[in-house]
Every structure is written in C-alpha cells, then in structure tokens.
Design a protein around this ligand. Structure first.
Ligand code: AMP
Ligand code: MG
Length: 423
C-alpha cells in the first residue's frame, strides 16, 4: 500500500538542537586550544605601531626628565611668596624651553620662564605672566598664589623604573608617543601571524571570469581577506581549490608548510564529500562541531603539522559570522595580544520587529544608531538568510539573540555587538 506521508530526515532547520555546542563553549574551546607565537623581532618605533609588544617596558628615565614650567611666567621660591600686599622681584634672566637659565637665582629673584622651560635651581613655583606687573628688570607679584603651582614635576608623567607597557599590548598611537617620550628608538614585537586561506567548491569562479550555468563568483576570499587585513596578519591567498581529494590534500599540505593558520570555506554541507575533513583526519587532527547558532552552525577546528586549522561553512554570511566569533579571537591570541577587548556590546531598543524561533543563538545583522548621546536604537537590515551577503554590507552590528529568545517586539531592548571598523 502506498503511504500518504513521507518520512523526513533531520535537517539544518531542525529545531531539536540537542547535542549542539553553545557559542560560548565553542569560543572557549578554540581560545584554549591555541597558543601565542613565541618568535619576536625588534623594530623601529614607527614600524612597531599596530604590532603586539613582546617585552615589558620599564621606564629608563623620568618623563618629564626635569621639573619644568607649565606656563609662561616667572619662577620664584615658594618662600618668597608675599602673604599679603605686593612684592617686587629682580629678574636676572630667562629660562626658555630647551635653553635653561643657568645663572644665579637667589632669594628675592624671579626668573622669567616659558612653558616647558627648566625650573632654575631652588625655584619651585611659577606665577603666570598675566598675573604680574613687569617693569624693566623688575617684576611685581601679588598675594594669593600657591606654593608649587604651575610646574610639571620631573617624573610626574612616568617615573624612572616604573612599569609602563606590558608584553601583549597592541601598540596604539598613544603607546608610540609614550615610548618616544622615554627615548626608546626600537621595541621588540611579536612576528606577524601567517594566515593561509582558500575556498573550496566546483561552482566557484574568480572575479573577472564569466559564469557558466550554476556557477557563482567566489566572494568568501574577499570577505576573509578584508577581515584578515584588519588584524595585521600576513595573508596568503591560495585561491579556489576544486572539490577533489588530491587537490585539497595538496593545498592543505602546502598551507601547513608556510602558515601558522589555515582557513578554508565551504565543503561542509550535508551531502558534500568534505575532502577537507577527510584529509585532516588522515594527516592531522580535527574536531567537527555543530554549534547552536545561526548563521554558521558548522565549524571544523583542527591541527595540521604546526598549523591551526579552521574550516568555515561556505555560505557567505556564515563565513563572516564564524570568522568574527571564533577565528578572530584565536588569531588575536596567537598574535600575542593579551588584551583583545576590542569587541564590546551595548544595549539598544529595536525599532523593527525581529523574527526568531527559539532554539539557536542568532547573530542577526542590524544597524545601530545613537538616538540621543548615550542611547541607542537598532534596526534589522531585513532578510537574514546566510547567503544574503548584502545584509553584512548594510549592517554595522550583530543583534545577539539568546537561544531561548523568540520574536522581539518593537521597543524591546536587545544586546548588540558593533563591528564597525573591526571587519
Ligand atoms: P558548501 O558548504 O560548500 O556546501 O557551501 C554552502 C553554500 O555556500 C553554497 O551555496 C556554495 O555555493 C556557497 N559558497 C561556498 N563557497 C563560496 C564562496 N567562496 N563564495 C561564495 N559562495 C560560496
Ligand atoms: Mg561546496
């Protein structure tokens, strides 16, 4: 007898997510599973900008090196400050920034001093030039001034011997300036991480090539390239590799021979031969994870010789989301960075309804806006399919919806992860 029902198999949209890893578990396993590079190199200060410091910096000198004036005015001894009335001082000379006054500077004298000028011997207080009366080689100073005012004490910014920057810090413009103020011409930084990647798929065509039936342009290598660029790693683009066992094996071996990290995209759908997985099982080690998230869901994490391997899904949005959530933190740790707190999240009120089924953690694409200073709204960019790459291009944030969350009504608050300037 013919059945009038068909039996379905569990598929991607299956809401029974038993046995799946949570996003947090996958993130923790990955970050725990990689170690920082050990090799470092010494670079001139300017070239070290944006690189990760590989030494602890201890101040070799005081900054400022000498006690200097914070104002244009007159340097005197605090003991000479008039308690009331006006006192007249003799002006024996001037201390310019970089050209100190080296003559005698005794009690009852006021040395003219410029901002940044070194305080003359024995003098500890500066009166602003606007608050005095100058008459030839004399100056009159009134009461009401404070002992020690308007000076920058030697070492008030950084004290000699003080720990200034710790190994693992990615050097910012301010750090570079701090190192320069210490007189350091070069510093030790971790070498750049080498990251090789390729796309897998018989349907993929390079940009500039015409498309045959069923073919698509390879966009994942462009999103990956762009995201890697932001991380200051050495990028090795290995192109598209066809879904053939020998070709994939060759490509993986070549990548392991020249890179610290290998990233592939595609080839992990149900029904695909997945030669990447087979090669890693044969030549290295790997774990294949199903993660309770959307988009994304599948991730392969493994090792081939000394290289760490990430097998990302093929769908263009899944690639970007899994890269950002799993690969990026690992690459930062491997680069030596200890404080990779560049990603933060904020609360925002949604101005559009957000459609969601309970079950998986969703990274929906949204536009975060500041409604008034300090308050944020977010709206969905619309269609959330894992193949709709335009959703990433239009978005500036992920709207992070917990697994048990259902539809979100307009006006409700959600957690949002801005990624502007990060990818
Ligand atoms: P796969 O995991 O290989 O089955 O890929 C899933 C989907 O993503 C398929 O529709 C692929 O055509 C697509 N896809 C895979 N790799 C790429 C790529 N490099 N660029 C754009 N789309 C891709
Ligand atoms: Mg494929």
């Amino acid at each position: 007898m013919q059945k009038n029902e068909i039996e379905t198999q569990p598929g991607c949209e299956d809401e029974l997510n038993t046995g799946l890893l949570t996003v947090a578990e996958a993130q923790a396993r990955i970050v725990d599973g990689v170690v920082a590079l050990s090799a470092s190199q010494t670079l001139p200060l300017r070239e070290a900008l944006g690189r990760v410091l590989a030494e602890n910096i201890v101040a070799p000198i005081n900054v400022p090196a000498h006690t200097i004036s914070a104002m244009d005015g007159y340097a005197i001894r605090a003991a000479d400050l008039p308690v009331d009335g006006v006192r007249e001082f003799l002006v024996p000379g001037t201390s310019w920034a970089g050209r100190p006054y080296l003559g005698p500077s005794g009690p009852g004298e006021a040395v003219q001093i410029m901002t940044g000028g070194m305080m003359p011997n024995g003098m500890d207080t500066v009166i602003m030039q606007e608050q005095v009366e100058r008459d030839d080689d004399r100056v009159r100073i009134g009461s009401g001034h404070k002992a020690g005012q308007n000076i920058r004490a030697a070492g008030e910014d950084i004290k000699k011997g003080q720990a200034v920057l710790a190994s693992g810090k990615r050097l910012t413009a301010a750090d570079s300036g701090v190192l320069a103020s210490l007189g350091l011409a070069e510093v030790s930084v971790y070498r750049r991480l080498k990251v090789a990647f390729f796309s897998t798929g018989d349907e993929l065509r390079a940009v500039g090539e015409p498309l045959g039936p069923g073919e698509i342009h390879d966009s994942n290598r462009y999103t990956l390239y762009g995201m890697l660029k932001k991380l200051d790693v050495e990028i090795i683009d290995m192109g598209v590799v066809k879904d053939q066992r020998e070709l994939i094996e060759q490509a993986l071996k070549k990548a392991a021979g020249c890179a610290d990290v290998i990233i592939t995209s595609g080839g992990v759908s149900v029904g695909e031969a997945n030669f990447v997985k087979k090669t890693l099982e044969k030549l290295g080690s790997m774990s294949f994870w199903k993660i309770a998230m959307k988009p994304g869901r599948t991730l392969t994490f493994g090792q081939l010789d000394d290289a760490v391997f990430f097998g990302l899904p093929g769908n263009p949005v899944s690639v970007m989301v899994t890269f950002f959530q799993f690969v990026r933190p690992a690459l930062l740790k491997m680069s030596g960075e200890t404080d990779a707190a560049s990603v933060y999240s904020v609360r925002a009120f949604t101005t559009t309804e957000l459609r969601k089924h309970p079950g998986r953690f969703e990274f929906q694409r949204g536009v975060l806006e500041q409604s008034v200073p300090g308050e944020f709204t977010v709206r969905s960019v619309g269609a959330q399919g894992s193949g709709i790459l335009r959703s990433m291009s239009e978005a500036n944030c992920f709207i992070m919806l917990e697994p048990d969350q259902a539809n979100v009504e307009i006006g409700q608050e959600v957690l949002v992860q801005p990624f502007q300037n990060l990818i």
